[in-house]
Design a binder for this molecule. Structure first.
Ligand code: TRP
Length: 327
């Protein structure tokens, strides 16, 4: 089974990314032949600073390895190192519907937020479809917010196959169950986010243990005093979910364990559990990130493996679309 996921090298990575993303990647690599792509080409679709892009690409690569991806076993690479991605995106734009792109909620939201809307922001899902399809991907571990983009990639694959002959596997998403949506600790009806959330309510992966504990101590809870997951208790629900993931128990078990205890106990324990969860990640990350030659060496290995895996699909695309090929 082939697995592919793409991760943006933007924003400081936080607990929500770890629980809904990184941890899942490390697990899914056990399912088969896995590709993890730092989607640097996607990052230029909104205003950005070139130096940030450079540093964040290396940061993310170190983080992926620190959170458990094995660069020997899986293919971990940067999108811009494999030119097939940019090429596939153009070829696939021929079978992507203009109307469907305009209906992407992420495009509409992001376009509304800025004065300059790049063409790349609009065609972003085509590049993403190419990322996935080039590797004959069966499964895509992905966040809930990416369902619509994955649906589009499936449509593109089906349209291409129908028009030019069977070329692509039609991929399926793997969506995280609990912990899919870790919420902001201060505004628990909003997803935890370094761009859209509050500073106090966002736990960054590289934060100092004491700062993490403090954020949990000041987390917003709800009226009442029962530790129970409920629609009208978004703060408590979020804390129970986080503790359940951090200590590898079901949310029901956590609720039971806190029967009769107060919010203060819960907040303290979640803080401690998260510190414990993140400490080894932080340590490995700091060590790797300070060794840039090693990072570059590992990136080069990833690029080579990704090129070898994607070239046959790209060649088939050119050929079936009627381009004259030279060999
Ligand atoms: N759009 C995805 C996100 O923002 C990132 C991404 C790009 C991706 N290409 C991908 C995810 C391919 C999965 C597969 O999260």
């Amino acid at each position: 089974m082939k697995i592919f996921s793409g991760i943006q090298p933007t924003g400081d990575k936080h607990l929500g990314n770890y629980i809904g993303g990184f941890r899942q990647y490390a697990r899914t690599q056990e399912l088969g032949d896995a590709f993890f792509c730092i989607v640097d080409l996607h990052s230029i679709t909104v205003d950005y600073d070139p130096r940030d892009l450079h540093d964040r690409t290396l940061d993310l690569f170190a983080m992926l390895i620190a959170t458990g991806l094995d660069p020997q076993r899986s293919t971990v690479f940067a999108q811009s190192h494999v030119t097939a991605h940019a090429e596939a995106s153009w070829l696939l734009s021929a079978v992507t519907s203009y109307g469907q792109l305009g209906r992407m909620t992420q495009f509409k939201d992001k376009a509304d937020q800025r004065e300059f809307v790049s063409a790349g922001l609009y065609t972003y899902p085509v590049l993403m479809a190419g990322d996935i399809l080039l590797y004959q991907t069966d499964r895509v571990p992905i966040g809930d917010d990416q369902r619509q983009h994955l649906e589009l990639a499936r449509d593109v694959a089906q349209r291409f196959n129908a028009r030019f002959g069977k070329t692509f596997v039609v991929p399926e998403g793997i969506y995280p169950e609990i912990g899919a949506r870790i919420m902001d600790l201060q505004e628990p009806t909003k997803k935890m986010s370094t761009t859209g959330g509050t500073e106090q309510g966002t736990v960054k992966l590289l934060e100092e243990p004491d700062a993490i504990r403090k954020k949990f101590r000041s987390a917003v809870t709800d009226s009442g005093r029962e530790i129970r997951r409920a629609a009208d208790k978004p703060g408590v629900t979020n804390l129970v979910d986080i503790l359940s993931v951090a200590t590898d128990r079901s949310p029901g078990d956590v609720e039971q364990a806190y029967d009769g205890q107060g919010y203060g106990d819960l907040k303290r324990d979640v803080g401690d559990a998260v510190v414990e969860l993140l400490a080894p990640v932080r340590e490995r990350y700091l060590e790797l990130r300070s060794n840039e030659p090693e990072l570059l060496r590992l990136l080069a290995t990833g690029a080579e493996k990704a090129r070898a895996a994607s070239t046959p699909t790209l060649e088939a695309m050119y050929e079936r679309m009627g381009f004259v090929t030279l060999s």
